[in-house]
Design a protein around this ligand. Structure first.
Ligand code: SAM
Length: 282
């Protein structure tokens, strides 16, 4: 089990450092595989993985597009792109994978360059203005009729048990006004509306639940510990009722005998939404 000292990238994004992303992906792998396979990426397509992180989705994307396909992996954090370059060197993907560092609000690609765009767990980091810029850029670089698929965590479904569910609601509500990432994850259910406002057509979405129960696999333990530490640290940054803080401090102390991770009834629920739309026909 790995406890990460910091999950932040050099560009300041929390929960984005590549070894944390690996533990996240491994924990959620069955659901994440189902999500990416469901959107309809076809053999031979040119696909942009926008905000690719350390490349967790690349193996499946490469399998889907096959040897006639092509992947562009793009991310703002240079160290995540370095991790992708290492993966490409070691993994022998069936198709070419080209990498670039940059911001999703300004893409260094030609108009109509892609058949599809896959963008997972990135909108949470964007302000409303940046989200509009990103969707406008996606519309520009995807061919007419091409596909845009965005996957995002929906914090409104997040639950830990045994733990009073309203504690996490109070935390997120207190924090979201000064932490754009939390606000970004509360905005998830609005993304289909944002797609339509960006001029995308045939917009649809599906919600997926990831549920984990005791006994947890070591990789799941590691991932959940990091999430609990992250939430407990966030709780220290806002004004919450004292009785909530007692519980958050106990949650940060994994040696505490009553820690929820030691409960035989431990349960985690995370919700994810996958939104799919198309660029309009010419
Ligand atoms: C939580 S990680 C998700 C990575 C990968 N898509 C996955 O799901 O495993 C978020 C990634 O988005 C990148 N990112 C955040 N804001 C960005 C922006 N404005 N432009 C490009 N990349 C960005 C971060 O550097 C990080 O690698």
């Amino acid at each position: 089990m790995t406890d990460h000292q910091s999950t932040k990238t050099s560009t300041g994004h929390e929960l984005s450092e590549s070894s944390y992303l690996d533990s996240h992906f491994e924990t959620m792998k069955p659901e994440y595989e189902t999500m990416i396979r469901s959107v309809g990426i076809q053999s031979g397509w040119k696909v942009l993985d926008a905000g690719c992180g350390g490349g967790s989705f690349l193996s499946i994307l490469a399998e889907l597009v096959g040897s006639n396909g092509h992947i562009s992996a793009y991310d703002m954090a240079p160290e995540n792109i370095e991790a992708v370059d290492t993966l490409v060197e070691n993994k022998q993907f069936p198709c070419p994978v080209e990498t670039k560092v940059g911001n999703v609000t300004s893409l260094p690609y030609e108009d109509d360059a892609f058949d599809a765009i896959w963008c997972a767990n990135v909108t949470q980091y964007l302000t409303d203005d940046e989200l509009s810029q990103m969707l406008a850029e996606f519309r520009r670089v995807v061919r007419p009729d091409g596909m845009i698929a965005v996957k995002e965590l929906d914090l409104t479904t997040n639950l830990y048990y045994p733990f009073d569910p309203t504690m996490i609601w109070r935390l997120f509500d207190a924090v979201r006004h000064h932490r754009p990432q939390v606000q970004g994850n509360v905005r998830t259910i609005q993304l289909p509306t944002w797609f339509k406002q960006a001029g995308l057509v045939n917009v649809g979405f599906k919600t997926y639940l990831s549920e984990r129960q005791a006994p947890l696999r070591p990789i799941e333990q590691g991932y959940i510990r990091n999430k609990l530490k992250f939430h407990a640290k966030m709780a220290e940054s806002v004004d919450l009722p004292e009785q909530d803080m007692v519980v958050w401090r106990e949650l940060a102390d994994f040696d505490s005998p009553g820690h929820i991770l030691k409960s035989p009834d431990f349960y985690l629920r995370e919700g994810h939404i996958v939104i799919v739309g198309q660029g309009p026909k010419n």
